[in-house]
Design a protein around this ligand. Structure first.
Ligand code: IFM
Length: 421
């Protein structure tokens, strides 16, 4: 006879923040930034390359990847106009925080000229969150650039540091009264890796020289923005969201060890170089890198629609390694592309179980933001609309919002501050 497993009740610390995350270009719709023209110019090419890029099962399941429209963000989720409706849904599941980004190209469409109407728009967004009892986490750079900035060389231009500092100051001065948490940059490694090294996403620059110039300028810009925001509001909490990817390898010693060392060294360089300049750690966790000489195959139940391995223990390993910083940690992104919503509920619970374990071992985790509130225009590598990360399904034709089962499962956890397993 099968033994009945006792239910475990895992309580999260009082005041724990529960939320979801989005970024402007991925949800707002009708942005006019450096992605807008690029998407139109490259959509046909991206649709024809899908054949070589994705596996047979993915091609069968998501035929929309062969349609060039998949790669044009266009109206996206029209969150720009529907933010109140969307926040009502987030409130319904007991969220007490929300992460989003400010679209720089709306605020500063021309160099040095700020559009006050757009500043006002984001003020309303923040107030809408506050009215619903949600703490705003505001991202300043989530990979998109104003067209003028991009035409001036983007992050490869030395002046990018001053341009970004000016934008950061403007936003902090305008919104400081209602914002405590600032995420200056999102996943610098990934954004610059795809956009400035591989050239797979806007601005489409390639090679180590472009990458290194962009990387070191962003490092400087980050620090300047950190100091500027603190000067404007001494009580602000400022940091960045980093993509933490634990490295593992089964390659024989010492080669395997060396591979892990090099991978970890470079992937955490941005964190190391900014030590002393972040008030919290923003941890984005999705998967691990397993480096092997053998071809890795995963069971269907252990992968997402993007083919990423589901590996919840990696979030625990990551958190334990972050303990040495002795700072509050927020899981600023964690999520799964799962169109049928069969895996999402379990994915969230399994990751939260490991987060809870890390908390019980002394890591000061203070919040969790599921990526994403709703299906959106999937960013890295311009994958477009087919990967579905949302707790809420979006019909991109009618823009109808349909909460998935996992929406309510996550809601139960958020409302009670408890995970039952
Ligand atoms: O959609 C992206 C987001 O823009 C950055 N972090 C990873 C997410 C899922 O790929």
């Amino acid at each position: 006879m099968e033994e009945k497993k006792e239910k475990q009740i895992l309580k999260f610390p009082a005041g724990f923040l529960w939320g979801t995350a989005t970024s402007s270009h991925q949800v707002e719709g009708n942005c006019k930034n450096n992605w807008t023209a690029w998407e139109k110019e490259n959509a046909q090419r991206l649709a024809s390359e899908a054949k070589d890029k994705w596996q047979d099962w993915q091609q069968e399941k998501f035929p929309e990847m062969f349609d060039s429209q998949n790669y044009i963000s266009d109206q996206a989720c029209d969150h720009y106009n529907k933010f109140e409706e969307d926040f009502d849904l987030a409130k319904e599941i007991g969220n007490n925080a929300h992460r989003f980004s400010i679209e720089w190209s709306r605020i500063e469409p021309e160099e040095g000229k700020f559009d006050e109407k757009e500043v006002e728009h984001y003020r309303k967004v923040i107030l809408a969150l506050r009215e619903r009892g949600m703490e705003p986490f505001v991202t300043l750079w989530h990979w998109t650039e104003p067209v003028w900035f991009c035409e001036n060389g983007g992050w490869t231009n030395k002046k990018s540091v001053a341009y970004f500092e000016r934008f950061s100051k403007k936003i902090a001065e305008s919104l400081k009264n209602n914002v405590k948490f600032w995420i200056v940059a999102n996943e610098p490694n990934v954004g610059l890796g795809f956009g400035y090294f591989l050239g797979f996403q806007p601005p489409g620059k390639k090679g180590p020289i472009n990458f290194l110039k962009a990387y070191f300028n962003l490092l400087k810009a980050y620090k300047k923005a950190y100091l500027a925001i603190h000067e404007i509001d001494g009580k602000a909490q400022v940091g960045f969201a980093h993509s933490f990817v634990p490295y593992e390898s089964d390659i024989f010693w010492p080669i395997g060890k060396l591979v892990i060392f090099v991978g970890e060294y470079f992937s955490k360089y941005f964190v190391r170089k900014n030590e002393g300049y972040f008030d919290f750690i923003g941890c984005n966790y999705y998967l691990r890198h397993s480096i092997s000489l053998k071809k890795k195959t995963f069971l269907k139940e252990n992968i997402s629609d993007l083919g990423w391995e589901i590996y919840p223990k990696g979030i625990y390993d990551t958190l334990i390694r972050l303990k040495k910083y002795n700072l509050p940690v927020y899981i600023t992104e964690n999520g799964i592309a799962d169109c049928s919503d069969e895996k999402r509920g379990k994915f969230i619970k399994d990751h939260l179980q490991f987060i809870h374990q890390a908390i019980s071992e002394g890591v000061d985790v203070r919040g969790y933001f599921y990526w994403s509130l709703m299906d959106n225009f999937e960013f890295p590598d311009v994958r477009g609309f087919w990967p579905r990360f949302g707790l809420i399904e979006i019909d991109f034709e009618t823009l109808e919002r349909k909460p998935r089962k996992s929406f309510y499962e996550y809601g139960k956890i958020c409302k009670n501050n408890i995970l039952e397993i």
